[in-house]
Design a protein around this ligand. Structure first.
Ligand code: NI
Length: 172
């Protein structure tokens, strides 16, 4: 089942989310809903607070080669164990900030630990778009958006656009 995606500014997007003690059936269903919502958007990552649930859960799939099989990842309590010194710049966007993009600099490679949808502890290194995306999604769990990396003026400009978008959607 698809879920509505919250649009910035929203107080729920600024909260630090709670760790998940157990992968319950309810949380597995939420993860499936989030993947469906993400693919439908379409997007390459989604964090639970973006659908109004303040739990440490993200989903992502950054496969973009034509014809390549999808690789949906479900991460409960994801944690960056280590980051590379060298960085990469990517023109980031966010499903909670539609049609706004800006360059963000992040570590180019990260090692991440998480609990998967079966409750198993996993650990993997990511680079390229996967590294950018997993860091962007983990930021969401700490109430941080990609626009928080931008200069205040640019951030305010985007926020005003989103306020206008929300007013227009509320009237529609
Ligand atoms: Ni986002």
């Amino acid at each position: 089942m698809k879920r509505p995606i919250l649009i910035h500014p929203d107080p729920r997007l600024k909260k630090v989310c709670a760790p998940v003690p157990d992968v319950t059936g309810e949380l597995s269903a939420l993860a499936r809903d989030m993947l469906e919502t993400m693919y439908d958007a379409p997007g390459i990552g989604l964090a639970a607070p973006q659908v109004g649930v303040l739990s440490r859960l993200i989903v992502l799939d950054c496969v973009k080669e034509d014809g390549a099989p999808p690789r949906p990842l479900v991460m409960f309590n994801p944690e960056v164990l280590s980051s590379s010194e060298h960085t990469s710049v990517y023109d980031e966007g966010c499903l909670s900030i539609p049609e706004q993009y800006a360059e963000v600099t992040r570590p180019a490679e990260v090692e991440v630990a998480w609990i998967d949808e079966t409750g198993k502890a996993r650990k993997e290194g990511f680079d390229g778009l996967w590294a950018t995306c997993v860091q962007h999604e983990i930021d969401h769990l700490n109430g941080k958006l990609f626009i928080d990396y931008l200069k205040p003026l640019k951030r305010q400009m985007i926020t005003r656009k989103m306020q206008k978008l929300k007013r227009e959607r509320a009237r529609a």
